[in-house]
Design a protein around this ligand. Structure first.
Ligand code: PMT
Length: 397
């Protein structure tokens, strides 16, 4: 499966660097073309000679060759690679990657990467558990890096715990999956809505909600990683456009409705993850409403239900997937929305579940399909939740 693939392996300085040689050897056996870049510290753990021998190519460790001034271009490596595996990824290297520090060739190459990046951390368990490391890992996941969590076991320190680098064959299996998944939605166009909507009361104030857009953006990214053409219609968020995704920014529910319906015709499916306001002020004041002693009432009118509109508009070969954010009678309410909005699938998340719903980096979902099947999943990062949803959609499309 890796035959002909260009795989760049980044080795940072930790005891697990010896496993990088096994990893590279196995990748070459799978038919991949492998290049290796090492940090200065990695050379203390495993020699460039070993890595050059197993990869069958000279190893890159410095920005340039001091003997002849030859420049090692991280930009060309970024364009060349189909996947970049950083293994082992030490706490120091992960921290620098998370913060865009580029003081060695492994790191400058990381910043130039256009392909999927996979990091296999290796460190002592206390370093792994440290809030700084955990926060760096979350940042990297937000930036789209795939983290292969270290399994628990005996560590170089003699302690028992999480921190051993994952075994090379498992890292390879993960990378192979990336390539399989990448192809599975090629040729499909998928529309995604994300984030909140802001319904203006006056030029200063609005009615909004706590949606950060993280769930919808993670879906868009996962779909793009599998080769789909993704149109992301997003309410106001502070998130950047995921790589390879066409982003249309809107503010209010009416704008989101217009942007979505205009594009739905060319889509194979729509995933409606946005937390769209159900009501909007009947009138927007043209000036800032002044503070008075009397209570203020604002008349609200219902917004158009985008999901329901697409449910009516969709053709036989089009799919719609909705979300249900519930606080009570969760399953019954979600099933009702599945029917009334004529959806093919609905993803339920409940604010009663810890780690689920708005704002945070995790979610806990239950997928309910039109055929009545129900599948519940544990709390996990929104990127992983997105993978599960996209896996399910890829099987339906
Ligand atoms: O953005 P995050 O902070 O990551 O949070 C993610 C999330 C909690 C917002 C997301 O997982 C989620 O649940 N999104 C749907 C929120 C919502 O509005 O749920 P609902 O049960 O009110 O709506 C049901 C469905 O109808 C949704 O697919 C919604 O997009 C759609 N809808 C609702 C109203 C409307 N006017 N038009 C719609 O299309």
């Amino acid at each position: 499966m890796l035959k002909g693939k260009h795989i760049l392996v980044g080795v940072s300085g930790g005891i697990a660097a010896y496993k990088a040689a096994i990893l590279v050897r196995a990748l070459v056996k799978e038919g991949a073309e492998v290049r290796v870049v090492m940090t200065p510290m990695a050379k203390h753990f495993i020699t460039p000679l070993t890595m050059a021998t197993v990869s069958k190519h000279s190893v890159l460790t410095d920005f340039y060759n001091p003997e002849n001034g030859d420049w090692n271009s991280h930009v060309s490596l970024g364009l060349w690679a189909d996947a970049y595996i950083v293994a082992p990824a030490t706490a120091n290297t992960l921290a620098k990657m998370a913060h865009g520090i580029a003081d060695n060739l492994l790191l400058t190459t990381y910043l130039s990467m256009r392909c999927p990046v996979v990091a296999a951390p290796a460190m002592d368990m206390d370093m792994w558990n440290h809030p700084a490391t955990q926060s760096n890992l979350q940042t990297l996941q937000k930036h789209g890096v795939h983290i292969i969590e270290p399994p628990a076991g005996e560590l170089a320190s003699g302690l028992e715990g999480k921190g051993r680098m994952e075994e090379p064959e498992r890292i390879i299996a993960f990378v192979e999956q990336l390539f399989v998944k990448k192809k599975s939605l090629a040729g499909k166009t998928i529309l995604v809505t994300a984030g909140p909507t802001y319904e203006a009361i006056d030029p200063v104030r609005f009615i909004g909600n706590h949606s950060s857009g993280k769930m919808g953006y993670a879906l868009a990214e996962s779909l793009a990683n599998r080769g789909a053409q993704v149109l992301l219609v997003s309410g106001p968020t502070s998130l950047p456009a995921p790589q390879g995704v066409e982003l249309v920014r809107v503010t209010a529910a009416a704008e989101m409705y217009a942007a979505v319906t205009e594009r739905f015709d060319k889509a194979d499916a729509a995933i409606l993850c946005a937390a769209v306001a159900d009501y909007t002020p009947e009138k927007k004041s043209t000036h800032k409403i002044k503070r008075e002693k009397e209570p203020l009432s604002i008349a609200l009118k219902p917004t158009i239900d985008i999901a329901a509109a697409l449910g009516k508009q969709k053709k036989k070969n089009q799919w719609t997937v909705g979300f249900a954010l519930e606080t009570d009678n969760e399953l019954a309410n979600a099933k009702k929305k599945l029917q009334t909005k004529n959806l093919d699938m609905i993803v339920l998340n409940s604010l009663n579940d810890e780690g689920a719903g708005f704002g945070g980096d995790t979610n806990k979902i239950t997928i309910i399909k039109k055929d009545g099947t129900v599948a519940a999943y544990p709390v996990q990062p929104k990127q992983k939740v997105a993978e599960i949803i996209v896996d399910t959609i890829a099987k339906m499309c």
